[in-house]
Structure formats: structure tokens, C-alpha cells
Design a protein around this ligand. Sequence first.
Ligand SMILES: Nc1nc2c(ncn2[C@@H]2O[C@H](COP(=O)(O)OP(=O)(O)OP(=O)(O)O)[C@@H](O)[C@H]2O)c(=O)[nH]1
Ligand SMILES: [Mg+2]
Ligand SMILES: [Zn+2]
Length: 344
Amino acid sequence: MAKTKKLSKQQLRRLKVNHSRKLAKGGNAPEQNDSNLGASEKAIVISRFGQQADIQNSTGEIKRCDIRRTIKSLVAGDRVVWRSSEEAQSSNDGVIEAVEERETVLSRPDFYDGLKPVAANIEQVIILSSIKPDLSLSIIDRYLIAVEQMGALPIIAINKIELLSVDELVKLKQTMAYYEKLGYPVYLFSVKEETGLKELITHFDDKVSIVVGQSGVGKSSLVNYLLPGLNTIVNDISENSGLGQHTTTVSRLYNLKPSGHLIDSPGIREFSLWHLTEDEVFSGFVEFIDYKTCKYRDCSHINTPNCGIIDAANRGDIMRSRLDNYYRIIESIQEDKPNRFNDI
Ligand SMILES: Nc1nc2c(ncn2[C@@H]2O[C@H](COP(=O)(O)OP(=O)(O)OP(=O)(O)O)[C@@H](O)[C@H]2O)c(=O)[nH]1
Ligand SMILES: [Mg+2]
Ligand SMILES: [Zn+2]
């Protein structure tokens, strides 16, 4: 999330009014007549667009449905109950009537919308980065915290490594060895050259996974590689400008062969963690707890004497960038938090 100045109360009120107007407008769509609907069936959400969603039914067919106005939140991966439309002239295949309780939800803290769910019932999160324009360890650390928090398995994946010199690749491997030591699977590969992907692929079987990361790192390219012939839209400008113009705009679930589902998600610029407490952030840095031998019980681990965490970083046992990222996240929790969430 881009850093944005806090809004005045008046600005917030105006935003709220506009948002309600927008909702009311969408809510005017005619609802289907219940007598023209078939029996209730189960399905999984492929993708959501406003008041409609594509779902995959139990026989694998994709159906476009209206979403009942009573459903407040619906994202890719949600398991739903739907009913098909029997009306020949109906513009849609049916109606989504209910959403099953989510086992996990990956949310993106958004300045305007609060915690915005991105995908549901995810078991595994592929945190994809690329070495161009720069490898962002900060985004990786932030995602690791969020994934630990949601109770899914994180996998660190780094793309475009064919652009590195031999020396740069050695350095990258050394850096990533630290994360492997923490127990995170790490894969370095090139989707373009189709190298280094075999082992990553073995993780997808039987699981619902999502690929996340900054815009332009190659999330959709990875999905295209896994599903040849699919041709999801991949951006050329991203690579040329290095600016990461957003190409994918909605999360979408794909069926993998022989089994498993993979959700492609829109790229992020920054990943804020203002919805977490300092303790939750601390426990997201999984190795820190082993070095918490600080003299003071309420040690902030910032410029404190006899701090076990700082000592470990000075010895090189904790990676310096991890401690720096910890400081940055703690600082940004208050800075990034929209005023109206101050009591969270
Ligand atoms: N050099 C190189 N370029 C790659 C590789 N993989 C993907 N790309 C390029 O990177 C650019 C961005 O790829 P996308 O797959 O659209 O990236 P994305 O992460 O889906 O981006 P958003 O949808 O905006 O979030 C495209 O020009 C791809 O061709 C790779 O292994 N090496
Ligand atoms: Mg994409
Ligand atoms: Zn300390």
C-alpha cells in the first residue's frame, strides 16, 4: 500500500457517502425469481467481478452467477451454495445463495477499504519476487508474517534469475540460505527460460495455493507456464519500465493437472501490516524468539542495552535486514493505520 496522508474527518465522511452511493447503485440489479431456480448445489468461486462471480460446479463446469445482496464478502477460493437459473432468457447461469465459513483468508490491508480479502481457503502461499528491478526482502518478510498469521504454508519463490551473473547468483543463494535455515522452502528459477521449476511444481498437488507479490514479478507468467495454452494476460511494459504496471486486476483460481488449484492475484506495490499488533509482528519473525534473552522484560529491541535480539544481529545470528525490516514494520503500524482503525 502506498504511503498516504491521513484523511480529514470531512474527507472520510465524503468517501463513506460515495461508497454507500456506489453500493446502492449496484444493489438495484433485479434479483432472480426463486421459483425459477434449481436445487442448491456446492461450488467453488473462480473469480469475482462486482455483483457477479464465476464459479466451478461439482462437475467442473464454469458458471456465471449473480451474488445475493445478503452476501457481504466473496472472493476466489470461497466455497459457496448456488442454484442454477431455469429461465431461458436469464443473462446468468444462476445465483450464489450462501458462502461457507472460510478456513483461511488472505487479506490485504487497504487504506480506504480496511482489511480487503483477496482469496479464501488457501493452504499455501507462493511469495513470488523477482531480482529485477530489485529483490525486495522487505516484501518477503512482510508476506511471511501475514502467512504465518493466517495459518497457511509459505513458499519463497524468486523469478528471472537468468538475468543474474554467476557471482550475483552465488550471493543470492547465500542470502536465501538464511530463509531455508528458518524452515521456509526457497526456489530460484526462470519462467522465461523454464529452468528451476520442477521442484516448485511438486508442491501444488492436492492443495489450494495462491501466488502473490509485487506487480511484474511474473505471477501470471508462472500460471501460464503451469497451464500451457491458457495465455493469461502478461504484461510487457512491466519488464521494460521496471515500474510494475498492474496487469492482473482480479484474483482468479485455476485448476492444475493432475490436481490442486492455483490462484493468480493482482500485484501489490507495498504490503502494509497495520492490522497486526507488535506481538504478532514479532512472532512473524520466527527466529527472534530463540534470542529473546533481553535483560528487560518489556525490551523494545531498539537501542536497548543487553538486548538478546540486537546482540544476535551483531553476531550475525539474526540477519541484519530482518531486524531492520522488523523496526520498519513496527514504525509503520501506526503511520499506515487509517484513523478509523485506531481501536484495532
Ligand atoms: N527476464 C524474465 N522476464 C520474465 C520472466 N518471467 C516473466 N517475465 C516477464 O515479466 C513481465 C511481467 O510478468 P507478469 O507475469 O505479467 O507479472 P505479474 O506478476 O503477473 O504482474 P501483475 O499482474 O501486474 O501483478 C512480463 O514481461 C514477462 O514476460 C523471467 O523468468 N525472466
Ligand atoms: Mg499478473
Ligand atoms: Zn530486546
